[in-house]
Design a binder for this molecule. Structure first.
Ligand code: PRP
Ligand code: URA
Length: 209
């Protein structure tokens, strides 16, 4: 069964509160989204395997360790996920990047796919699928299905906000995919928006409304 990790760190919750505020403009919204994604990734990468290496400091030899960043693939769900990916790549700069283009139909709330491109899978690569919002879960479920179809096996999902409905649906469709988020909100409204939420993430990130 997959697990849900909620990052309750005061710095994350402070940034999330500014992000939710309807008076926060696109520039700050993008910066905060990227920063929160970094905090979530910091927690999420705690269990990554490391390899011992011997290095020379200016004073002596010592044993240090590296993580193998080439085995990590960040997969933003277009379009809003790209801003989280940007933040994550600051922490994991040599990770590979795949893209899945999915939007949800406004009437049916069903996901519509328009683009998929993933790098080749090496050494059982770890895929981090990212999108700010897990609402009904339709977009995340479809994106994960598409990368599984291409061979991905180790997959986690990172989002800023999750609705209980989305968590339940994602668990059911892809048991074993852990979710990392800054908050599990109350519910969805009749249009499928997360409550209290932050509104339409894509529109607020890119100023399209
Ligand atoms: C938003 C969001 C998710 C999706 C979540 O994207 O970025 O991808 O909705 O909703 P779901 O869990 O019910 O599928 P949207 O469909 O608005 O597309 P956009 O990124 O092009 O704005
Ligand atoms: N997509 C968004 O951008 N916001 C929501 O609240 C739900 C889906």
């Amino acid at each position: 069964m997959s697990r849900v990790f909620i990052n309750n760190h005061p710095v994350v919750q402070h940034k999330l509160t500014i992000l939710r505020d309807k008076n926060t403009g696109s520039k700050e919204f993008r910066e905060l989204t990227s920063e929160i994604a970094q905090f979530l990734t910091y927690e999420f990468t705690r269990d990554l395997k490391t390899q011992d290496v011997e290095i020379d400091t200016p004073l002596s030899k010592m044993k240090g360790c590296y993580i193998n960043l080439k085995d990590i693939v960040v997969v933003p769900i277009l379009r809003a996920g790209t801003v989280l990916a940007e933040g994550i790549l600051k922490l994991l700069p040599t990770a590979k990047v795949g893209h899945v283009g999915v939007y949800r139909d406004h009437q049916t709330l069903k996901p519509i796919t328009y683009y998929v491109k993933t790098p080749p899978i090496i050494n059982d690569s770890l895929f981090i699928v990212v999108d700010p919002m897990l609402a009904t879960g339709g977009s995340a479920i479809e994106a994960i299905r598409l990368i599984k179809e291409r061979g991905a096996r180790k997959i986690s999902f990172v989002c800023i906000l999750a609705a209980p409905e989305g968590i339940k649906n994602l668990h059911k469709a892809h048991p074993g995919v852990d979710i990392y988020t800054a908050s599990v909100d109350d519910c969805l409204d009749e249009r499928g928006y997360i409550l209290p939420g932050l509104g339409d993430a894509g529109d607020r990130l890119f100023g399209t409304k």
